[in-house]
Every structure is written in C-alpha cells, then in structure tokens.
Design a protein around this ligand. Structure first.
Ligand code: IMP
Ligand code: MG
Length: 203
C-alpha cells in the first residue's frame, strides 16, 4: 500500500486530509508572510469591527478585482449586516511590479453610489496610487460615505499618508502572492500569503 502523506494544508478553512499541497516544492515560493489561521482571525476581527461601525447603515462592498475576490468573500461573511456587493476592475499602466498612477477602469460598477455607504475592499496597497485614483473617481459619484478596507499594506511604500480606515496587516515591501494575489494569474488560490521569489513578468 502506498504511504499516506499527511499534509496539513487547508482550503477554505476546511482540512483537506490526504491532499497533497500542490505548491510543495515550488522554488518560487518563499516564506509565509501571513498564515492561514492568522488571516482567518484578522478577517473575523475586521468583520466584527465593521458590523459595529456600520450598524444601522449596511454598506455597499466594492471589491476591486481580481485580487480582492478571496478577501471580499471571507470579509462579507464576517459582517453580520445585510451588505450589498459590487465589483469593479481596474488596470494600471506600467509594469507588473510598479504602478504608474494612471489607472483605467476596465469594468465599472453596476450600482449607483449616490447616497450609499461605500466600503472599498482592496487586496493590497503598494504605492497607493491605484487607491488614490479609485477614491477620487468614487467620491465624484457622491456616496454618503466612502471608506477603504485593505487586507495588506506594504510598509514605507506610500509617498503620502493614505486615509485607510481598515487595514488587515502591514507587511514588508516584498512581492507577495496568495489569498487572491497573483503573478500572471497564478497562486490566487494559495490559502496563505507568501513571498514570491521568482521572476515577475513585466507587462
Ligand atoms: P499600487 O497602486 O502601487 O498601490 O498597487 C496596487 C495594486 O498592485 C494591487 O491592487 C495589486 O493588484 C498590485 N500589487 C501590488 N503589490 C503586489 C504584490 O506584492 N503582489 C501582487 N500584486 C501586487
Ligand atoms: Mg494584480
């Protein structure tokens, strides 16, 4: 009988006993920056904070695709309020690792933001340029309020103070993947956040 390899990896919070970690031996993956149980705990805390802050005025969650899809899915279920969900997709001109600050809306929202309590859900803030652009663009639509919930913020990378009301984790300024974050569309389904040590494609 073949040896049963006991692998501790989890997916969606459920233990996958007997499953092999598909990223085992991937030399491009470095250290775990935020472990799965730590993510779970922090998302639950943010959910509780948001539940309290938005009591009586359920927010419209605006997820920024594609990176935020995993975080938004978990966060939405951690908020005990009848939230509504919308998504938008943006593309920045520049290389894969740096942003030029010129952002293009690739897919706009379906919802009218007028008078709504809008909570932008972002995966990661690096230079902050994407977020500054988004904030300006969304504020012009006259929401009743606009706040940002970013899972990850890279330390020391933002030239000016960003008004980030909710932050999951401050992390070192390495390129990271997992929990929605990709390199060339890969690693989004990695259940934790890890340093990416391989070549990051430009384009
Ligand atoms: P910013 O405009 O420089 O803040 O860049 C933000 C966007 O760049 C994020 O929404 C991500 O899509 C992408 N990004 C920045 N850093 C990383 C990273 O370490 N891994 C994956 N994507 C990243
Ligand atoms: Mg990306």
């Amino acid at each position: 009988m073949a040896d049963e390899v006991e692998s501790p990896w989890r997916a969606g919070g459920r233990r996958m006993s007997g499953a092999v970690d598909p990223w085992q031996g991937d030399s491009h993956l470095g250290e775990v920056v935020v472990a799965e149980d730590v993510l779970d705990k922090r998302v639950a805390e943010l959910g509780e904070e948001l539940t309290n802050d938005y009591d009586g005025r359920p927010p419209l969650l605006v997820g920024v695709l594609k990176g935020a899809f995993v975080f938004m899915s978990d966060l939405a279920r951690a908020i005990r309020l009848p939230v509504e969900i919308d998504v938008m997709a943006v593309a920045s001109y520049g290389s894969a690792t740096t942003t030029s600050g010129v952002v293009r809306i690739v897919k706009d929202l379906d919802s009218d933001l007028t008078g709504r309590h809008v909570l932008v859900v972002e995966d990661i803030v690096d230079s902050g340029l994407t977020l500054s652009y988004l904030r300006r663009s969304l504020l012009a639509r006259e929401p009743a309020s606009l706040e940002v919930c970013a899972l990850l913020v890279k330390e020391g990378r933002q030239p000016s103070r960003l008004d980030l009301r909710y932050v999951g984790f401050q992390i070192p300024p390495d390129f990271v993947v997992g929990y929605g974050l990709d390199v060339a569309e890969r690693y989004r389904n990695l259940p934790d956040v890890r340093v990416y040590k391989g070549p990051v494609p430009v384009g």
